[in-house]
Design a protein around this ligand. Sequence first.
Ligand code: SF4
Length: 401
Amino acid sequence: MIATEAHKESEDKAISPQSAYIHIPFCTHKCEFCDFAAFAGLIELEDEYCQILAGEIESRLTQQKLLGEVNLSLKTVFYGGGTPGLIKPSNIAMIHQRLLQFAPLQKPQFGPVEIAMETTPHAITAQKAQEWLEIGINRLSIGIESLCDAELTAIGRDHSVAEAIAGVKLAHQAGFESISIDFMYGLPTQTMTSWQTTIDAALELTQECPSIKHISAYGLEIAKNSPLLSRFPRDSSSYPSDDLCVEMYESLVSKLEQNGFGQYEVSNFAKPGHQSQHNLTYWRNAPYFAFGVGAHRYVDGVRSANFRSLKKYMRHPLNDEVSEVIDSATRIKEGIMLGLRLIEGIDLKQFEQDYKSDLLALQGPEIEYLCEQGLLELSDGKLKITRRGIPISNSIIGRLI
Ligand code: SF4
């Protein structure tokens, strides 16, 4: 279903994706807050799923070449989930080989290639970490969420703080040179004190494991039918208030920056040179391939997604569940929405080149008002959200799109 007239007519047809996302949906346990295409208790489907996924990669990339993209090459590959770290490394190796057979990695003279993989900490073993490195994975993203056991229990994670720390140490000792650790704030039972404990413990861990070069921290977002709501309804006093979440966020930014983790996106911080190149593809509104159950791609100006049901995907891996041609008005909105998440902001000249639209002419009075309020800043030809504006970035972006 990837070759449609709409693809050919799209404005983006000249831009070839240089990034690929591969979704591995298996988890040991379904966390109560999780709204991803992630499934517990189905690991017996692993081999069959991986074969189907490799077939999907082959078919879609072959089709892409038939459409005229003969020189496909990749700058970033991201194995996300789910828990890719849970499955046999031999399956990751098989999928990776198939991917590179049809879309090889870019030559080193064009800059470093990033091959990242997500895992839970307790899925890491010394043996697996070694095999991941041999496959070529050079960045590990470890979901820790909290370094307080009570909070991990509250959100229904199935690992402890001790297991989280042990997993990170195993990855570091195996030789990974770029590790990202992920956290969440706004959790039930979380207080300012427990959040500070998590940040301080994370920073202590970076001393022991200097290969931790990247930290992400997202505010908890609860999906409509999340099982977490049965224990902690939305109005439960166990959640920190909105004002407290803003304080948590501000303390996170200041502590991480004091420790050399520069903020480059609303929720992401990195040591120099260790920003997530794959995620920058999304934030820069560039095209990317995606494969696997529920995976969303942006190819030839069309955003489309595979079936989210594992059963349907495994029967019809080449059928899209949703598909939308992105017209120029939507593309501009996406460019504003994604660009303002980046701390560097939107380069207005670049924006005009990319979107054939003058942002100041389009949204001048609104931008002027938000600048007067100290929520946006316009300098050196760049439009950015200010420190003060970041905690309410969603509503600022909402006014501009
Ligand atoms: S480990 Fe991650 S992907 Fe799996 S259920 Fe938990 S939050 Fe979702």
